[in-house]
Design a protein around this ligand. Structure first.
Ligand code: ZN
Ligand code: ZN
Length: 410
């Protein structure tokens, strides 16, 4: 038995989306409707009723973790979101490239964003050459958009209880990181050593010499803030004694899946946006079925269209997913040994352009699923569905139908 979980990001909608119906209800989805008729529907509160979820917290909850307990702050998950390999116990800090001037041994901040740097990648490559071995700390740095980036510190006994080095104003020195307690002192030392060495490396970087010649502010310092520790998650694969795979375009989803113990499969054309190659993703699911007990598929386009406020684009993307992703799967699945769950990680109404706390439609289909009366996959039908209303935990439910996993109790 294998379980396939498909999350259409921001799938949920409101009756105000398109003339009295949601984008999902207005979309022509013959394949999903057929699956709904064979299976059962319900409504899921991604984290809990009334909680407006981020994609990170909702995915933790969908995998069966309690986000209220394991979510340690945005910083660590932002580092995952820009594609960093973050592990349990790592300390993650949000970073800015900045412009500083050395005066009397102090680094005075002239521009907190280095003139909104266009491409930090060459500087990040240089920073990754910095060693903090004598402090027992490994570091990884990655640039993201404009002047932004993230620093990950790895090593025994590190703590997130360190103050930031970003003074949040210009004309003043870069702050010294301070540990809030004795245990945090080595981490503060590592942060301060990093800040000094990053300055040396960036100051002498040929691209900065060039920026100065062109009259642009040099990106010669890194300001750090928002230290957070990545929680140690018990991998789902260990807990259930299974092999799992992830098929996703977006870095955040690959990162959460990796923490949950899943193998991240590379699928050419899976971009994490509206142009993603859905047929390639379907092919990847079918070939993963031979090797894995759990396959998690993430499709992002629905949420992108909704954040853009474009209800028609969201409806059309759902229709394309039905044709190009669900149709080939439904046709080729070995249905006697597969359970499928389709849902979203939260509601994103195009009129709001943001995530809201409303519950999301869920569909389960497979040999063990008791069919209900629903004949269409949508919010209204899901409200009458046989699964009722519940919070998160789609992966445990899916693996339950597959008879995988431990028994709780005697
Ligand atoms: Zn999301
Ligand atoms: Zn979103």
């Amino acid at each position: 038995m294998a379980g396939i979980l498909v999350i259409l990001d921001g799938l949920g909608g409101r009756p105000t989306d398109l003339d009295g119906a949601t984008c999902l209800e207005r979309a022509a989805t013959p394949v999903l409707d057929e699956l709904a008729a064979r299976g059962a529907l319900g409504l899921m509160d991604p984290v809990a009723p009334g909680v407006r979820p981020g994609s990170d917290t909702s995915h933790l909850s969908i995998f069966g973790y309690d986000p209220q307990r394991v979510y340690t702050g945005r910083g660590a998950f932002e580092a995952l979101g820009i594609g960093m390999d973050v592990r349990g116990g790592d300390i993650c800090l949000r970073a800015n490239f900045a412009t500083v001037e050395e005066r009397n041994g102090q680094l005075i901040v002239l521009d907190r964003r280095a003139g909104r740097l266009a491409d930090g990648k060459p500087f990040a490559d240089a920073i990754n050459g910095i060693r903090l071995d004598e402090l027992g700390v490994e570091l990884v740095f990655r640039s993201s958009t404009e002047h932004r980036g993230a620093l990950v510190l790895r090593g025994p006994g590190l703590s997130s209880a360190v103050s930031e080095t970003d003074p949040h104003e210009v004309g003043v020195p870069v702050r010294q990181a301070v540990g809030q307690d004795a245990e945090a002192r080595p981490t503060a030392d590592a942060v301060n050593a990093f800040t000094q060495r990053a300055y040396m490396v960036l100051r002498d970087h040929p691209l900065n010499q060039e920026r100065i010649r062109r009259g642009e502010p040099a990106a010669n310092a890194i300001l750090l803030r928002g230290a957070a520790v990545m929680p140690h998650l018990q991998p789902v694969t260990t807990e259930y004694g299974i092999e799992g795979a992830c098929i996703a375009g977006g870095a955040l989803y690959k990162g959460v899946a990796r923490l949950a113990g899943l193998d991240v499969l590379h699928v050419a054309g899976a971009t994490g946006d509206l142009n993603t190659d859905l047929r390639a993703k379907a092919r990847a699911v079918l070939s993963a079925l031979d090797k894995f007990d759990l396959v998690f598929v993430h499709i992002k386009g629905t949420d992108n269209a909704a954040h853009d406020g474009n209800a028609q684009a969201k409806r059309k993307f759902i229709e394309r997913a039905d044709r190009e992703f669900f149709a080939p799967l439904a046709e080729s699945f070995p249905w006697s040994r597969v359970h499928l769950c389709v849902s979203g990680d939260h509601t994103t109404p195009p009129a709001v352009k943001e995530h809201t706390a409303d519950p999301v439609s869920v569909l389960f289909v497979g040999p063990a699923v008791q069919p209900d009366q629903c004949r269409q996959f949508g919010e209204r039908a899901a409200g009458r569905g046989g699964l009722g209303r519940f919070s998160g935990r789609l992966v445990p439910q899916l693996l339950g139908y597959c008879d995988l996993g431990p028994k709780f109790g005697a």
